[in-house]
Structure formats: structure tokens, C-alpha cells
Design a protein around this ligand. Sequence first.
Ligand code: MN
Length: 227
Amino acid sequence: MDFIVPMATQALLPVTGGNAVFPVRRVYCVGQNYASHVAEIGGDSRQPPFFFSKPPDALVPGGGKIAYPPRTSNLQHEVELVVALLDGGADIPVEQALARVFGYAVGIDLTRRDLQSQAKEKGRPWEMSKAFDQSGPIGTLTPATQCGHLTAGCVWLTVNGDTRQDDDIGQMIWNVAEVIANLSTYVTLAAGDLIFTGTPSGVSTVTRGDLIECGIDGVGCLTIELV
Ligand code: MN
């Protein structure tokens, strides 16, 4: 077969402890899943979860240097627990959801907040604020067989050594199983899917030269530098 253009590169995530890699299919994200973050951005924490997506090629496995993106003067970090699925399905019952999880990673949902605010105001799509190039730095995947299914644990992020986000994943409004179950009522989930599960409070503006470090207890750490 002759390809008219080269076939796009498959996004791959390294897995802790060995040479195995996790091929990524789709990347879903949950909006406003911690009461503390909902409060800081003026949302309503009694609402059911809602979702958006990033393209898999926006992931930056392992972090490192990330180019400050164009068309924004308010780039913000959102540290999040990321869930990687071993298996999927539609209408997955909550009690069967965790059996679909391969493992967990720490990720940053980079957001062009100024573009997102404009989109919200005008009722327009979020893609250009959330799904831009290099908008999804992500750390190494830790298999659930190693770290267990996490119900609590510190989630933190620092900028140039100053703590900006410091919370506990036990504070999620919708837990991992509920997120998977709810998302699977909208789309058929499948092996290789990732879900960014939302960020706690403390999101803040970052700029060129900033060093951003983050982590989740039991999952791992991630470092990026904006250049
Ligand atoms: Mn987010």
C-alpha cells in the first residue's frame, strides 16, 4: 500500500518497571471534578460530570521541555490523575468499572484559560483552549497491579518550587469508577483510552521559563519546563 502522506505516529506511554508501552487510543478529560476547583472558577459542584477530549498526539509522554503555546496570554496548569483503560465497553456498571483499569499516571491538562473563558462566554467549543499541541504532558503509567486502585493520596503541583496545587484525589466529586461508568453512557470506551479525571484548586498562570513539577502519591511524578 502506498501512503499519500506518512502514517501518523501512534502515541505510546511508558509503563513503570519494564520495557512495555501502552498505546493510546482516545484521550478524554473530566471538567470540574473537585469542589475546591469548581468554587475557584465559579461552577456548580452538584452537576453530573461533563467531558471533553484532547487528541492523542497532544500528549507529551515523560514531560520535559514544552513550547509556550501561541494565541494565549494566560496559560494555566491543571494537575490530574490519569486513568488508562485495559478494556472498555458501553454502559459499564460502576461496580465493574475498576476491572477495566490498567493503571494510573499523573498528567497536566494545560489550558489556554483566556480562550476557554471566551468560549464559555460565547457558548463555543473548548478545543482551541484545551486540545492544542503539547497540551497533555503525562508521566509514566503505573499498573494497578502495582499501586492498587487509588481512593486517596496527595496530588500536588509546584511552579519554580512554590506550591500551587495541593489536595487529595479522595476529594474528587465523581470517583474513578463513577467517571468511567458515566463516560461509557456517552461513548463506547476501549482498550487504550485515557481519562484525565479533573483538577483540584490552585490553577494558576505560568509563563516561559517556568519549571512545573507535580505528582500523585503512589503514582509518580512529572516535570515540565516551558520554553
Ligand atoms: Mn482539567
